[in-house]
Design a protein around this ligand. Sequence first.
Ligand code: ZN
Length: 79
Amino acid sequence: MPVSPSLLEILCCPAVHAGNACHGDLVQLKSGLQCQTCGLVYPIENGIPILLPDSGIAKDSPLYEQRHKLALEEGDLDK
Ligand SMILES: [Zn+2]
């Protein structure tokens, strides 16, 4: 389920690196929202982006694949 563009506009990355907030812009991917700055991907559950500092995962992490598969099974993705 896509996040509305107006919502995307006001959201930013919650990650903190070495004490600095990332605040990067987020872009919509099929399986979540990816930060343009640090590259972490945040999940979207029932159309609501889960923007918690520890919910972001790297796209090359095995967790990412797992989450993507799960979202497909739950029918959250339009495939
Ligand atoms: Zn970020």
